[in-house]
Write a protein that binds this ligand. Sequence first.
Ligand SMILES: C[S@@+](CC[C@H](N)C(=O)[O-])C[C@H]1O[C@@H](n2cnc3c(N)ncnc32)[C@H](O)[C@@H]1O
Length: 343
Amino acid sequence: MKHAADLFRSVADRVRPPVCIALGPPWAVASIAKRIARPDTVCYQMDLHQAGRVRECLDEQGATAEVGAKPDLWDIDQRFGTVVFPAAAYGDRELKIDTVEQAYHVLEPGGVLLSLSEYERDNQFAKWHKKVFGKCGESPAGPNGMAFWSTKTDDVPDRRRHEVKYHAKLSDGAPREFVSRPGTFSYGRFDNGSRAMIEVADVRPGDAVLDLGCGAGSVGCLMADKAGPTGRVTFIDSNLRAVQLAEMNAAANGVTNAKFVVATRLQGLETDRFDVILANPPYYAKAEIARLFVEGARDLLKRGGRYYIVTKMPEAVVPMIFDTFGDCSVIENRGYSLVMAGV
Ligand SMILES: C[S@@+](CC[C@H](N)C(=O)[O-])C[C@H]1O[C@@H](n2cnc3c(N)ncnc32)[C@H](O)[C@@H]1O
């Protein structure tokens, strides 16, 4: 969001403190916090990595604000005079709808939601605001994007939860139901890359399994069936909403021997611990997370353990695996490459 600060400036007279900046790209969040210039501003994120980036950008821009990460915006106990939602054009539509809904519940009566859309001509936000707040004002279309504002005139406590259930199963297993929520990977469906991985992975009774980058936890829950009652599954993700879903989905599917970790650098995992590690990393930011999921995983694997990573970019991943594990093999499944290695 290159022009978030300029767009915000055009509507800044509508803001009254305390302010919550909900989600948004870290640089844009920091430039808005700088403009607000109040230490009681709260920047909300649901991913620990993004929260860390917001802190870095605040420092770089010399702005002060508190940064917090929770699964849901409405988990914040404080009530705000204004919620500013800087929504990037490429952002997830369902998450935008969900954020408008959740913002209502953290506003004090009379509080204002200000959504900043990067689109020059946005015809969606007004509709979403009106559904929750009844009315919506908007700025003229322009090169900095468009601003939308609504005032909370009532105080309806009922929370409309946006979530979608989907089903997935092992070829010979019973179908399992999973809940997914906006802002987490593969909303509303089981990812084909993960499906390709679980079809190939060799998981045995009693195995300790790591679902690395677990999202809503489907991979770990399905693998728990193979690991059986003497096995155990650890779920890890940097996104708090994802780990909360993994916990819910594990409980709903009877996966009891489970551990849940929220971390950005694989903190909290024991070395030499896992018989099987299953990784489906995001491949953005020059495959930086993919590298973490390869290099960081090696020491976590027990001797004789099996490591699997799914990718559509084997040319980038295979050299990393060779450097880290010394050897690997590749299986093609469903248009994905499954790279396998061991220690
Ligand atoms: C491609 S998704 C796979 C999700 C899940 N396994 C599935 O099949 O739906 C990658 C996951 O990695 C998580 N992630 C990104 N960076 C991370 C990090 N530094 N540490 C842990 N998880 C991370 C993302 O939040 C996302 O849930």
